[in-house]
Structure formats: C-alpha cells, structure tokens
Design a protein around this ligand. Structure first.
Ligand SMILES: Cc1cc2nc3c(=O)[nH]c(=O)nc-3n(C[C@H](O)[C@H](O)[C@H](O)COP(=O)(O)OP(=O)(O)OC[C@H]3O[C@@H](n4cnc5c(N)ncnc54)[C@H](O)[C@@H]3O)c2cc1C
Length: 512
C-alpha cells in the first residue's frame, strides 16, 4: 500500500530522482501524478505532466473495483464530494448474463458468501447441500448480490460482527471527470501541467535513458525519470525504447469495442451488467446522468458495422452520443519499467474491460512504483521487482477473465466454438482442475480477485465440484439445512433494512 504520509519515509531514503515527467493526462497520467505528489512531492520531488488536448484521451473506463476507494482515501479525497463531481453511482458487483449458457444470470459481488463454519469455507456446505438435493443458490448467501438484485445500497457497517459489514463496493463514474478532479487536486499540490504534443524524445547516447521530451512548440522538458501514460501508442516505452508487447489475443480474442451513452432508464442500479453476445459481450454501466454502453467484440467473427448496430439495438434509453469505435490488443508490455521509464495505464498493457480492471492495474502500478521508488541512482533490483510484481498481477487477471469465456457450454456461434476449443494456459487449467475436484480455490494473499470472486464465476457458470470437501461432512444433514436457512434469512432481513440505491445517493452525493 502507499505509505500513509511522507514522515513514514526515512530522511536517508529521500528519492534519488528529483524530477519526474509524466507523459499523458488520461486516467493513468493524473492518477500517477496524484499518487506521487501526495507521497513524494513533500520530499522535494518535482512533477511535470504533459498532455495534448488535440490528441485527447481514450474516453472510456467507467466501472471500477473496490480498491479505488483506498487509493482515494490515501489521497484524502472526500468520497461524497468525488461521487458528486464524477456523477457516480455505487457498484456492488457485475451481473453476467448468458455466459455459462444462454438464459443464465449471476452476479459477481464484491463480498463474501456466507460465513466459514468450523473454519471450512461456506461454499463447501453449499456444494454438499446441492448433492443432498437442497435447492440452495449461492446468491442467497451474499449481501451484495441480494442488495444489487433489489437495487439497494448502503456503505458497509463498521462493526465486523454485523452481517452488513460483509461486502465492499466500488464506483461507476465518468472517468473524464475523475481525471479532471485529480488534475485540480494535483495542481493545488504543485504539479505543473504542460499543454502540447510531444514530437521528439531525446535519449542519452551512452545508456539510452530518456533525457527529455520536446513539444511541437519547441519547448523541451527534461527529467530524471519518465512515466509513460501516453495510452495505446506507448510514446516512450514502445516508440522510443522499443519494448515489445506480449500479445494475449490467442487467449482473450476480443480486439475492438464500440460505445455509446444513452439516457438513464429504470431504477438506478448499483451494479454493472455484462451480457454475452454472439461475438463478444456488451456492458451497461449506470451513472447518475446516463448509462454507458459498449460492445466488446472479436473482429474475426463480426464486422464493425454489425457490431455497432447490435450495440445500438440493445440500448435501453434514447441514444445520447454518437457511437465511438476503439481497437485494442489484449496483452502486456514485456517489461513495463525499463531504464528510467515506467509505462502505466494502456501503454503498459490492457486486458479488456470485462471485470473493470484497467484502473485497478493503474493503481497497482502506482502503488508498486511508490514502494520501489528510486532512493539510489542505481535501481536495477527495484526495477526487476516491480516488473515481477506487475507480471504476476497481469497473469492472474488474464486467467480470471479467461475463466468467464471458457466455463461455458455455449457453442451457438463461431466465437464461442473458438473459445471452448482453446488450449488453456497451464496456470488457469490448474486452478480449474483443483476446483472441479473438491471445490478448492487457488488462493493468494494479494491481488484483485480472491476466493469469492472465483467462486462466483465457477458456480455462476455451472462448474461444480465432483466431490464434497470431507471437512464439510461433520454436520448431520438436518443441522446443515437449518444453518443454511438461518444464514439466508439473516441476510435477507438485513438487506430489507437497507435504503434504495437512489435514496442513498439522494441523501449523500446527488450531483446537481
Ligand atoms: C473499450 C474499453 C473499455 C474500458 N472500460 C474500463 C472500465 O470500465 N473500467 C476500467 O477500470 N478501465 C476500463 N478501460 C481501461 C481504461 O479506459 C484505461 O485504463 C484508462 O482510461 C487509462 O488510459 P490511459 O490514461 O492509459 O490512456 P489515455 O486515456 O489514452 O491517455 C493518453 C494520454 O496521453 C496523451 N498523449 C499521447 N500522445 C501524446 C503526445 N505525443 N504528446 C502529448 N501527450 C500525448 C493524450 O493526450 C492523453 O492525455 C477500458 C478501456 C477500453 C479500451
């Protein structure tokens, strides 16, 4: 995590790098500037951010993961103020429709399912209940799923004994407004913003390190360290340092998206929807003032015009913006920190937006960079460690995304037939084999998707363990059945007491 305050960094460890130039002012650029200026600027670090209004930003990225709250908290940002400024709604998870098979629907929530019984995971008892023929569904045991289904919301209860403390939440916001908010935050804290298009990058003749960037105006900005937040073009990491891209299209084949906003209709939902379609999937992200929509598709199986008309035909409200087409390649930069340059955001990699991981990966990159920030002039070891940590994170997210595509019996289009015949990465195959055997989940301490996330997708997409975990067998059938009923009732009653999502926003953070 980011150090809470600059005092936690010892004076001897003051950064060796004195001046950082951030190239790009999208979400990645301004988040990087905000993270660095709140922790390192008080130690004398000078931060310059250069962006080009003429080039603009990618203009998508509305759904987030709960981790963003901790990032904002570390910056000291008031949540209600931010919600208003970014016209945000709360997000309790993502509803996946038509993934395991057409007609299916489940929610991947930000929270636990039930409570461990005798230190054995709750889902093992659900699995046992299934084998006993009891009609129990994982949803009944999750506060965020039940609340989402009823369009209810309140922030988690501070008492960890209270059932309403068993979940997290994120935001659905206007990412452009978030970047604008962070820009103001940074400029107040001394970050210098320079407007203009960079057309030249100067490297040191001997070691190849970046020394300066020059704008079309002729202005030159020199620095000790550069952060490439220039988006897909990778102005420094790719065009200058020539670092290749690990292309994961063979596993995550979607490579395009077409997006449009529409008017908000129906109840204000505290969750994102991801509906699987013939050649990809469509998102629906409800904000306070509009709904963001986008069809993410694979260009090998559908052309751009067909994808656009399919996306538009699924809009729920009147269309508010012209369709926008985007192209991308899923994958990761082979090394995201090279010499004195680190690529953060789309320049460092992109894993498609199915689980809203773009901004999360930016946050991870910033946190790792701050922890490894050069305190000496030679920092190869820190660089290696940073790259190792980012590789782990990208690979885990890739496996989790891929699970959604392969845990399916869909074979109704060439896209789905391609996915179901695909050879899985060994890392994912191992995870799935373990779960299919006795319902055990490969766990890790850090990272985005913990056990409940994997369980939501496994069960939601009809992967069930072949055997019951022996540790769940200690309880007689009738006692188990009573326990499950009691948990479900407790959750149902607690959710009943929550405010509607709309009323909660009205009371705390409605944008004017
Ligand atoms: C279809 C799609 C949907 C997505 N949905 C989500 C989502 O729901 N949730 C999520 O977390 N993430 C999502 N993402 C990812 C998210 O959009 C990005 O991670 C995020 O916006 C960061 O982008 P960026 O700042 O790296 O790049 P950009 O927004 O492209 O910013 C690049 C910046 O670099 C500047 N620049 C470039 N070249 C130059 C130059 N020569 N001179 C000066 N300045 C330059 C530009 O002006 C701009 O300021 C999505 C991405 C896509 C493609």
């Amino acid at each position: 995590m980011m150090p809470t305050n600059p005092e936690s960094i010892k004076i001897d460890d003051k950064p060796a790098v004195k001046k950082v130039v951030i190239v790009g002012g999208g979400t990645a650029g301004w988040m990087s500037a905000a993270g660095l200026c709140s922790v390192l600027a008080p130690l004398g670090l000078e931060i310059i951010l250069v962006e080009s209004e003429a080039i603009g930003t990618v203009g998508v990225g509305e759904a987030t993961l709960p981790h963003i709250r901790f990032f904002n908290q570390k910056l000291g940002i008031d949540e209600n103020e931010l919600m208003k400024a970014t016209k945000a709604t709360y997000k309790l998870g993502i509803e996946f429709k038509n993934w395991g098979k057409i007609g299916d629907s489940y929610i991947h929530p930000f929270g636990d399912f039930g409570f461990p019984i005798n230190r054995t995971g709750f889902h093992h008892y659900i699995s046992r209940a299934h084998k006993m023929g009891l009609p129990s569904h994982l949803d009944q045991y999750s506060v965020p799923v039940m609340a989402a289904r009823k369009a209810k919301f309140q922030t988690p209860h501070p008492d960890s004994e209270n059932v309403l403390s068993t979940f997290g939440y994120a935001y659905q916001f206007d990412a452009g407004l978030y970047a604008a908010y962070l820009r103001e935050f940074c400029e107040k804290r001394g970050v210098t913003r320079v407007e203009g298009r960079i057309n030249k990058v100067t490297q040191n003749n001997e070691n190849g390190e970046i020394e300066a960037v020059t704008l079309e105006s002729g202005e030159t900005l020199s620095g000790d360290f550069f952060i490439d937040c220039s988006g897909f073009r990778g102005l420094l990491i790719s065009q200058t340092l020539d670092i290749p891209y690990r292309d994961w299209t063979n596993h995550l084949p979607c490579d395009r998206a077409v997006t449009a906003a529409c008017e908000a209709v129906g109840p204000e939902l505290p969750y994102t929807k991801a509906t699987a379609k013939s050649s990809g999937w469509q998102w629906r992200i409800p904000l306070q003032h509009r709904i963001g929509n986008g069809y993410v598709y694979c260009s090998e199986f559908i052309n751009d015009d067909e994808a656009e008309s399919s996306m538009l035909s699924d809009l729920e409200g009147s269309q508010l913006s012209a369709p926008k087409r985007l192209r991308f390649t899923t994958g990761q930069r082979q090394k995201s920190w090279v010499k004195n340059c680190v690529a953060i955001g789309l320049s460092g990699g992109f894993l498609e937006p199915l689980e809203s991981t773009g901004i999360y990966l930016i946050q991870e990159a910033i946190t790792n960079l701050i922890e490894m920030f050069p305190t000496q002039t030679s920092y190869e070891v820190d660089r290696e460690e940073y790259n190792r940590l980012m590789d782990i994170e990208f690979e885990r997210v890739r496996d989790f995304l891929l699970l959604h595509y392969v845990a399916t019996t869909r074979n109704d289009s060439p896209f789905w037939r391609y996915l179901t015949s695909m050879k899985l990465p060994e890392s994912l195959k191992h995870k799935m084999d373990l779960f299919k055997s006795t319902g055990r989940v490969v766990s890790y301490e850090t990272g985005a998707f913990k056990d409940p996330s994997w369980l939501a997708v496994y069960y939601g997409q009809n992967i069930v363990p072949a055997h019951v975990d022996p540790l769940s067998l200690h309880m007689p059938d009738s006692v188990l059945s009573g326990q499950l009923d009691s948990v479900s009732q407790t959750i149902s009653q607690a959710v009943q007491s929550m405010l509607s999502h709309k009323d909660y926003i009205d009371a705390h953070c409605r944008a004017l």
